[in-house]
Write a protein that binds this ligand. Structure first.
Ligand SMILES: NC(=O)c1ccc[n+]([C@@H]2O[C@H](COP(=O)([O-])OP(=O)(O)OC[C@H]3O[C@@H](n4cnc5c(N)ncnc54)[C@H](O)[C@@H]3O)[C@@H](O)[C@H]2O)c1
Length: 228
């Protein structure tokens, strides 16, 4: 398979994986989508804030982390966000949200009535968590990267098929793939607009990483492509 076919294939797989089989529109009026979070670190709490900001017809029912101290150090970020945006504690309540810690935390959160699970634990755990999420019949938002090696990639492909068979909605945190600007550029490249690509370098220029949940500097991207 050449590079262009591979890229085209990856784009299709990504598009298929993000088809919205389950959406806020399908929820009956008055019903809140119940969400749970695995991995209450920087991105997990950020993803929950993004989710709440996107649609407040949601309730964060449970959180899980290997380490219980994360609930004290990180969950206040979600409370502060809700306070700042004047969002009801029906959506998130730090005192009443169910909290599970330790190695059984994932099984415990999956036994709750959460409809959708956000998995923002380190990626090495992703395939194992995803398998459990599917077996529990729950929809998933999986942070990127989806996995860490070839063995796990194969596992994730099988699990993606299983999720599709079970009509579960799965979205990955590969935000660039949902960005219309990036989609347009990749379409033009795949359509051959810049000719045959012989080499490509990709850079991400950024200042500090998350400092207390804030971007220190605005990141910029640059891609250098050599063409014939
Ligand atoms: N989409 C994006 O823009 C974006 C941005 C940042 C990070 N990420 C991804 O999000 C993921 C998390 O990154 P982070 O920066 O939040 O890391 P983090 O270390 O701040 O958070 C990870 C959390 O998972 C917990 N954890 C570890 N193993 C676990 C397990 N087996 N079960 C349950 N909880 C477990 C840790 O205790 C920690 O609280 C990574 O895959 C990262 O690459 C994505």
């Amino acid at each position: 398979m050449n590079r262009r076919d591979f890229l085209r294939g990856s784009a299709l797989i990504s598009a298929a994986a993000t088809l919205p089989k389950f959406s806020f529109a399908q929820v009956k009026a008055g019903d809140r989508i119940k969400a749970g979070l695995i991995g209450c670190g920087n991105r997990g709490c950020g993803a929950i804030c993004n989710m709440i900001e996107a649609d407040q017809n949601i309730k964060i029912v449970a959180v899980a982390d290997l380490f219980a101290d994360r609930f004290k150090s990180h969950l206040p970020r979600i409370s502060n966000f809700c306070k700042q945006k004047k969002i009801s504690d029906e959506v998130f309540n730090i005192d009443t949200v169910k909290k599970f810690s330790g190695w059984n935390a994932v099984d415990e959160i999956l036994a709750t009535d959460a409809d959708v699970i956000v998995d923002a634990a380190p990626p090495v755990f992703r395939p194992g968590h995803f398998e459990k999420i599917i077996n529990a019949g729950k929809h998933a938002f999986l942070e990127k990267p989806a996995c860490v090696d070839v063995t796990q990639v194969r596992q994730m492909y099988k699990l993606a098929n299983l999720a599709r068979d079970k009509k579960l909605c799965v979205v990955c945190g590969t935000q660039r793939r949902h960005h219309s600007g990036y989609q347009e550029i990749i379409k033009r490249v795949q359509d051959g607009e810049i000719g045959e690509i012989v080499s490509a370098d990709c850079y991400w220029h950024q200042g500090g990483y998350f400092g207390q949940g804030l971007w220190a500097n605005t990141p910029t991207n640059s891609v250098k492509i050599l063409k014939k």
